[in-house]
Design a protein around this ligand. Structure first.
Ligand code: ASP
Length: 349
């Protein structure tokens, strides 16, 4: 073959391949990948550094470049929100993320969304989105327990499975989902259970919703309770949220923490258990309009509404752990400060 002919054949082949990819690409669902950072976007100095690494080192393009298998699952488009450890997640970023998701999911050609996040506070952001995303389309929050550079990185497969979940029709209408370690959890119930193990995410007492197995993404259950499209919370015009803090209960705890928060102007306090010294401080706080929600430090089981706490105007968190009760209270306080109405909200969400 002459070199001119072989060049022409090469060009024709390339054009045909590009056409086939484009055709395949058009048929694939579109998934928006919102990146915020965390260990899934971190690097260690070598492959055996599993727990020492720096956040903010892996760009979204590197996530996708290392995962060519995704090109046969979905057309993934990136929206970068931040590239930080999840301890730095704040109200501005949460609102930016929720508003960004709502804008993208409203587009008819977007099938679902995936959010990368550090695992430390992942459950808080996932629950915030569960309450504020106005769509039935799948939203999957994903992270990793090992850095992107680790010898046994889990982020790669977690991300692959998160995108698979986001294009699974059964994932729609179930609220925000959390996918790590082949397991699908509801944002309402999931919590981080171990500092270090890859099987860290669990939904105590409740269990997972399904699994991202290799043959198919399989669901066995759906969460009850209000969320996403049925949620009454609307962040579209919010630029800030009321300040709510958590106070931990333990033997001989002093009231100083409560007094300091009240002096700072806190609007709500979530109690992770109590202490005798809290009683007077809480009554004084309530007299100044601070809302008190009783949660529990054990992280499992319901806090029952007693006649005594209802009479004191306190609200119970049902089985929300303190960090999630804080998220719900911040949103609830954008609607009301009445204890009865707040209790209705805690019962429904
Ligand atoms: N440092 C991490 C974070 O951003 C931990 C993780 O992602 O696993 O929370």
């Amino acid at each position: 073959m002459s070199s001119a002919l072989s060049r022409l054949t090469g060009v024709l082949f390339a054009v045909l391949c590009a056409g086939a990819v484009a055709l395949q690409g058009q048929e694939l669902p579109k998934v928006k990948l919102f990146t915020t950072g965390g260990t899934i976007q971190s690097k260690g100095s070598h492959r055996l550094k599993l727990s020492e690494y720096s956040d903010g080192r892996v760009q979204p393009s590197e996530l996708l470049a290392d995962l060519p298998e995704l090109t046969s699952v979905a057309r993934v488009e990136v929206v970068e929100i931040s590239n930080i450890g999840s301890g730095g997640m704040n109200t501005d970023l949460l609102l930016k993320l929720a508003k960004g998701l709502n804008a993208e999911l409203a587009k008819p050609d977007v099938t679902g969304a995936v959010v990368t996040h550090g695992t430390g506070t992942l459950e808080e952001t996932a629950y915030f989105l569960h309450l504020t995303v106005k769509s039935k389309k799948p939203v999957v929050v994903v992270g990793a327990m090992r850095p992107w550079t680790a010898i046994s990185r889990d982020g790669l497969f977690n991300l692959y499975n998160a995108v698979r979940t986001a294009v699974t029709p059964e994932a729609a209408g179930k609220g925000v989902l959390v996918v790590l370690n082949d397991t699908i959890h509801s944002a309402r119930f999931v919590t981080k259970n171990s500092t270090y193990r890859v099987e860290t995410f669990v939904a105590r007492e409740i269990g997972p919703l399904g699994f991202t197995d290799s043959d198919r993404v399989v669901f066995y259950r759906t969460p009850l309770g209000k969320h996403t499209a049925e949620s009454e919370f609307d962040v579209s015009s919010l630029e800030s949220l009321p300040q709510v803090d958590v106070i931990y209960g333990y033997q001989e705890a002093s009231r100083a923490g409560i007094d300091a928060l009240v002096a700072e102007g806190v609007k709500g306090i979530v109690l992770a258990d109590g202490s005798p010294a809290y009683r007077a401080a809480l009554l004084e706080a309530q007299a100044k309009g601070v809302v008190i929600v009783q949660s529990d430090r054990k992280g499992s089981g319901r806090v029952l509404l007693s006649d005594g706490s209802a009479a004191r105007g306190q609200v119970t968190a049902d089985n929300l752990n303190p960090q999630k009760a804080r998220i719900l209270l911040r949103l609830a306080l954008t609607k009301t400060t009445q204890p009865k109405e707040l209790q209705r909200i805690f019962n429904e969400y």
